[in-house]
Design a protein around this ligand. Structure first.
Ligand code: IMP
Length: 434
C-alpha cells in the first residue's frame, strides 16, 4: 500500500532533515517540497562527498525518484538554475526528474533588495532573515500581485505589463522609503524570459501530478523546510519565516487533501539550535554551548552564520508534537552529546514566579523570552555512538535519555541518527513507518 509521509523540522530548523529524507527515499517513489525557498539548506553526505541542496528536494540523489516543488514553495530563478546546473555537473539527471508547480511565486531581485533593506532599517530589532527575498515574495503572494511560474507563459506583453506594475511598486518603496538603489525592470524581464524557456520542460500542475503518483500506488514523502517553531502562524512570531512550516503546509502547499497523510515525522536534534534572532529558552552562553557548536559544526549551510546552541527543550518539542500531529520523532545528532559528563533536558518553564502548566506556551515572543528553563539532569553516556547501528546496542544511558524525552513529549522516537553519513542512521522499528 502506498503511504504518504510528511517529514519536517520539529524545532527551529537545521535539524538534519535533508539527510533523513535522503535516507528514507530508498522506500518512496516521490519527494515533494511544500513551502519555503532557497532559505533552506539541506546538507547531504554520501560516501564522503558533500552536497548542499537549497530548493530541490533531497530525493534528487536517488535516480528512480521523482522530485516535486509544490505551489507553497517560492522560487528564485537564479538559485534554482544554479542548483540544477551544479547537480547536473555532478552527473545527476535533474531536468527529467524535477517537476515544478505552475503556481509557485517567483522571487525577483527586488524582493531580495526589499528583504535586505527592511532588515537594515529594523536595526537592533532585525529578524535575522537569510536576506534572500523570502518574506517579500510571500507578501506579494498574499497581496495577489506575485509573478507566478504560470505568468511566464502568458503573452510577452501581458508578462511585461505585470512585471512593470510590480516593480513600480517595489522601486517606489526601495527609493522613497528605504532610500536604496532601484532595480532595473529590463534586467528582471530579460532574466524571466530566459528562465521561462529553461524551466518549461519541468513545469506542470503538481496537484494533478501527485494525485497520479498516488493512484500508481507510490509512497510520497512531503519534505518540510526550516522548522515548526519558525511557522508564520504558530512559531515565535515575528521571529519566524513567512510560510507554514507545520504539517498543514503539506496540504496547502501541494494541493493534496488533508486526509491522505499517514504519518508525520518530526526531526529533532538531541539538543537545540537557532539561527537569527528570537526567543530561545534553553540557549547556552557558556563553554557547554560552545562545545555543542564545535562538535556539531553548527554553522549555517546556506549563510555560514554561527548557530545559537542549547539543551533540548521538551516543552517546545511537546508543543511541536501538538502543532504538527507528529506520529514519530527522528532524533538527529545524538552523537554530538557523546562526550558530555551530564546532559540536561528542559522539562518546564517558569515565568516570573509561576511554573507554567505543561500545555502552556507563551504566544507573545516577549513572554517566551522571559521564561526560564527548569532542567532535569541525566548522566552522560561517555561512549562513541557513531559506529552503532542498532537501537539495542546503544548504551543504556543513551536509551534512558531517549525514553525520557519520549515520555515528556508524548511521541515515539522511531529513527536515530548518530553521524552525517547515510549509514549512520537506525530505525527503532521500521514496521511502524512503512
Ligand atoms: P527568512 O526565512 O529568510 O525570512 O528568515 C526568517 C527566519 O527564519 C530567520 O530567523 C532565519 O534565520 C530563519 N530561517 C530561514 N531558513 C532557515 C533554515 O533553513 N534553517 C534555520 N533557520 C532558518
Amino acid at each position: 500500500m502506498n503511504k504518504n509521509i510528511v517529514i519536517l523540522g520539529a524545532q527551529w530548523g537545521d535539524e538534519g532533515k535533508g539527510k533523513i529524507v535522503d535516507w528514507l527515499t530508498d522506500h518512496v517513489g516521490a519527494v515533494v517540497r511544500f513551502q519555503g525557498g532557497h532559505n533552506a539548506g539541506h546538507t547531504l553526505w554520501v560516501n564522503g562527498a558533500k552536497t548542499v541542496l537549497r530548493l530541490i528536494p533531497s530525493g534528487i540523489l536517488h535516480p528512480n525518484v521523482q522530485c516535486y516543488l509544490g505551489n507553497g514553495v517560492v522560487i528564485s530563478p537564479t538559485a534554482l538554475r544554479q542548483e540544477i546546473e551544479e547537480l547536473t555537473a555532478k552527473g545527476i539527471d535533474v531536468i527529467s526528474r524535477l517537476n515544478i508547480s505552475l503556481a509557485c511565486p517567483l522571487i525577483l531581485s527586488s524582493h531580495i533588495a526589499l528583504d535586505q533593506a527592511r532588515e537594515k532599517k529594523r536595526g537592533a530589532q532585525a529578524i535575522g532573515t537569510t536576506g534572500r527575498g523570502i518574506g517579500p515574495a510571500y507578501e506579494d503572494k498574499v497581496a495577489r500581485r506575485a509573478i507566478r511560474v504560470a505568468d511566464l507563459y502568458q503573452t510577452e506583453s501581458v508578462l511585461t505589463q505585470h512585471v512593470k506594475e510590480l516593480l513600480d511598486y517595489h522601486n517606489f518603496l526601495l527609493k522613497h522609503y528605504y532610500h536604496v538603489e532601484e532595480v532595473s525592470v529590463d534586467t528582471v524581464l530579460r532574466d524571466l524570459f530566459e528562465f521561462s524557456d529553461y524551466i518549461q520542460p519541468m513545469v506542470r500542475d503538481i496537484s494533478s501530478a501527485l494525485h497520479h503518483v498516488r493512484t500508481m500506488g507510490h509512497t510520497i514523502l512531503f519534505e518540510g523546510a526550516q522548522g515548526a517553531l519558525l511557522d508564520v502562524d504558530h512559531g515565535t512570531y515575528p521571529f519566524v519565516t513567512s510560510s507554514n512550516t507545520t504539517s498543514g503546509g503539506a496540504s496547502t502547499g501541494t494541493g493534496m487533501g488533508v486526509n491522505i497523510f499517514n504519518s508525520v515525522i518530526g526531526v529533532a536534534k538531541a539538543y537545540v539550535t537557532r539561527v537569527g534572532a528570537g526567543p530561545f529558552v534553553t540557549e547556552l552562553h557558556d563553554a557547554t554551548g560552545d562545545k555543542m557548536a564545535k562538535i556539531g559544526h553548527e554553522f549555517g549551510s546556506v549563510t555560514g552564520r554561527p548557530r545559537r546552541c542549547g539543551w533540548i527543550d521538551a516543552v517546545a518539542l511537546r508543543r511541536s508534537v501538538m502543532l504538527n500531529g507528529l506520529t514519530n520523532i527522528c532524533m538527529t545528532k545524538l552523537d554530538v552529546l557523546d562526550s558530555f559528563e551530564e546532559i540536561k533536558i528542559c522539562t518546564a518553564y517558569t515565568l516570573g514566579n509561576r511554573l507554567l502548566h505543561s500545555s502552556e506556551f507563551p504566544t507573545h515572543f516577549s513572554a517566551l523570552a522571559a521564561c526560564q528553563p527548569v532542567y532535569e539532569t541525566m548522566p552522560g553516556w561517555k561512549t562513541d555512538t557513531q559506529h552503532i547501528s542498532r537501537f539495542i546496542d546503544l548504551p543504556q544511558k543513551t536509551q534512558n535519555y531517549l525514553k525520557r524525552i519520549e515520555t515528556l513529549i508524548g511521541a515515539p522516537i522511531e529513527i536515530i541518527s548518530v553521524g552525517p553519513e547515510r549509514n549512520q542512521t537506525m530505525f527503532v522499528n521500521a514496521q511502524t513507518l512503512f
